[in-house]
Design a protein around this ligand. Structure first.
Ligand code: GAR
Length: 198
């Protein structure tokens, strides 16, 4: 059985890529008074750079590759869910997890699954958020942490952070500025959320 530290929620982070938000969550969860700790990282591809970062931080990190499951999303999610249960996970944080989830997994973790999205939702759900913000001539961009519901990027927002859009921004430079904000917002919101969780 997993060892539980009283007062700390057991969080799993799901990733697909670099894992910079995951790293920020792991670091925040290692603070002495943190209300959560990251106990598991799952990637849906072995190429996810975040796996090595998690491993180096002493957090169990594993791949549940979606490819062998083909179109059987349910079976892939059942494998993920089995690992979450095995590790005594209480809260799931999606951090650059780029697979759509089925209503089954969303329902299984209803109210206990968070996501970070690189826009000021409800603006720009989906992909290419920074290019869309620049194309629209927005003066502000940012990121949102929200509860995951069945609709993509639609769940109730728990927090947002704003950054300016500069005249000479490209999607890449704006993404970099938003990422800095993401790394502050996500640990902050997850901490507040875990403190109020019953
Ligand atoms: C982050 O910008 C996150 O907001 C975004 O992917 C990036 C992952 O970076 N998520 C989405 O677009 C989800 N719709 P990271 O792997 O370095 O944390």
């Amino acid at each position: 059985m997993p060892i539980r530290i009283p007062g700390r929620r057991r969080v799993a982070v799901l990733i697909s890529g670099a894992g910079s938000n995951m790293a920020a969550l792991i670091a925040a969860g290692q603070a002495p008074d943190a209300p959560f700790e990251v106990v598991l990282v799952i990637a849906n591809t072995p190429e996810a750079g975040g796996l090595a970062i998690a491993g180096a931080a002493g957090v169990p990190a594993l791949t549940i590759d979606h490819r062998p499951y083909g179109k059987d999303r349910a079976a892939h999610e059942q494998a993920i869910n089995a690992m979450l249960d095995e590790h005594g996970v209480e809260v799931v944080a999606l951090a650059g997890y780029m697979r759509l989830l089925t209503p089954w997994l969303v329902g299984r973790w209803a109210g206990r699954m968070l996501n970070i999205h690189p826009s000021l939702l409800p603006l720009y759900p989906g992909l290419d958020t920074h290019a869309r913000a620049i194309a629209a001539g927005d003066s502000e961009a940012g990121c949102t942490v929200h509860i995951v519901t069945e609709g993509v990027d639609e769940g109730p927002a728990l927090g947002q952070a704003r950054v300016p859009v500069r005249d000479d921004d490209t999607p890449a430079t704006l993404a970099e500025r938003v990422k800095v904000a993401e790394h502050q917002l996500y640990p902050h919101v997850l901490s507040t959320y875990c403190r109020t969780l019953h």
